[in-house]
Design a protein around this ligand. Structure first.
Ligand SMILES: Cc1cc2nc3c(=O)[nH]c(=O)nc-3n(C[C@H](O)[C@H](O)[C@H](O)COP(=O)(O)OP(=O)(O)OC[C@H]3O[C@@H](n4cnc5c(N)ncnc54)[C@H](O)[C@@H]3O)c2cc1C
Length: 414
């Protein structure tokens, strides 16, 4: 007998399923494909303990003009898709104004504060330590102005949130990452984050833990979700499943499923690409490096060096536009010697975003026994384990370990 169906087996859904199963619920985890093969697969793999400030909308005119002129690699857009983005981006812009943004950071930081400790718990229970590196990551600087501004912000984050960091000069960067060959003026070393050497494999390990705890996984489509008495049913490859409660953890597809249930959450996506390259003999990257002024990231993975791009504003189902990943690759090949591409096509994912930069985690406003967990934007891997615990505590009536009120879906319901 199933108590709870979790729809969506990305990092968010899998962590929720584990935490519910641990609390004695009989959980069925349903996805239309194998777990962890969408957004939770091709990301940069950083558990961003330093990420107390969610990614804000740029407020600086020069920065906006640069993006508008498509001069950088970090942000791209498809003009045809922009009208659909306008309402959400207008709200995102308002929420990024200094006073509102400060409030949002104060609400968001407590979630991030637990990101490492909550993953550590699941990593250890799942026996996934071989996927984890604890050497942090580097923000590389090509100009003194960007470096000094980032150093000052990092000092503030160290003071306000106790986040570990080190300022590195050019020689120190060269000692830590000898394979980098472009002149740099220094780097910021975020020392607290952990990095995952294969994010898809981490989801697989967590699914293994969930099964060990007695949980069940099935193929099925959220489109088939229907009310049945006071509960819900879903069609799965193993037949029709029913349960008292359902959790929607559908990442960038949450908009479709919640619209069918009558909600109009102002969700939007930022697409992002990843591509992997063979390691060159004798060329080692010890930790991820964010080439912040150029707008892409390189991360050492088990399989090869992974390049991930910045944001692309486009229709979710629009064909891939390889310009951003091609441009990033050209710059990355100057920074470090990369081997051959490991796949013909780049991977494409979509960061699931909300205009106030906070995920939705909690009860659905207008339905009994329906729970929501999506909108984790740039930090879904980071916040997977935290979200799993926070939602499971709310569902089982425990006292939540973090105040859940800032993440309530109610804030988007008139
Ligand atoms: C390029 C890139 C780099 C990133 N780097 C990082 C990083 O370093 N650190 C970090 O913390 N975050 C990072 N992120 C963000 C992070 O990857 C996402 O926030 C996170 O993966 C979202 O997880 P999710 O479980 O909500 O969504 P998903 O992983 O997309 O899971 C949703 C699941 O729902 C399923 N589904 C969808 N529709 C249906 C349906 N109708 N029926 C059944 N199942 C359905 C899908 O198959 C999928 O498995 C990055 C994102 C990108 C794109």
């Amino acid at each position: 007998m199933t108590d709870t169906i979790v729809l969506g087996a990305g990092i968010i859904g899998v962590c929720i399923a584990i935490h519910l199963q641990r609390r004695g619920r009989n959980v069925l985890l349903v996805d239309r494909r194998e777990p962890g093969r969408e957004t939770s697969y091709g990301n940069a793999g950083i558990i961003q303990r330093e990420g107390v400030r969610p990614r804000a909308f740029p407020r600086d005119l020069g920065e906006l003009l640069r993006i508008g002129a498509k001069r950088g690699l970090d942000t791209r857009y498809d003009l045809a898709a922009l009208p659909g983005y306008v309402p959400a981006l207008a709200s995102y812009w308002r929420n990024s104004a200094p006073a509102r943004y400060r409030r949002i950071v104060a609400e968001y930081a407590p979630l991030i504060a637990h990101s490492i400790s909550e993953h550590a718990d699941l990593i250890s229970a799942a026996g996934a330590e071989d996927l984890i590196d604890k050497r942090g990551f580097l923000l590389l600087f090509r100009s003194a102005a960007r470096r000094d501004a980032a150093f000052a912000d990092a000092d503030a984050d160290a003071r306000d949130y106790g986040i570990g960091r080190a300022r590195l000069d050019a020689d120190e960067v060269a000692r830590m990452e000898p394979a980098l060959r472009v002149p740099l003026v220094g780097a910021l070393h975020w020392t607290a984050p952990w990095t995952v050497r294969d994010p898809g494999a981490l989801v697989d390990a967590y699914v293994g833990l969930f099964r060990q705890l007695g949980g069940t996984v099935a193929l099925g489509n959220a489109d088939s979700l229907g009310a049945a008495g006071s509960g819900w049913t879903v069609r799965t490859s193993d037949g029709s499943a029913s349960a008292a409660e359902v959790v929607l953890a559908l990442g960038p597809w949450a908009g479709e499923a919640t619209r069918r249930l009558g909600y109009r959450f102002p969700l939007f996506i930022k697409r992002g690409y990843c591509r992997e390259y063979q390691y060159m003999p004798g060329v080692t990257l010890n930790r991820p490096v964010l080439d912040i002024e150029m707008g892409y990231l390189l991360a050492p993975m088990h399989r090869g060096v992974r390049l991930t791009t910045g944001a692309e504003f486009a229709h979710q189902n629009a064909p891939k536009n390889e310009a951003q990943v091609e441009g990033s690759e050209a710059v990355a090949r100057q920074l470090i010697e990369l081997g051959a591409r490991l796949d013909l096509e780049p991977w494409l994912g979509a960061r699931p975003c909300t205009p106030d930069m906070k995920p939705i985690i909690g009860r659905a406003p207008n339905h009994r026994n329906l729970w929501l967990a999506f909108g984790h934007a740039h930090h879904g891997l980071t916040l997977g384990a935290v979200t799993g615990r926070l939602l499971a505590e709310q569902m089982t009536g425990e006292t939540p370990f973090v105040d859940p009120r800032p993440f309530s879906a109610q804030r988007f319901v008139a």
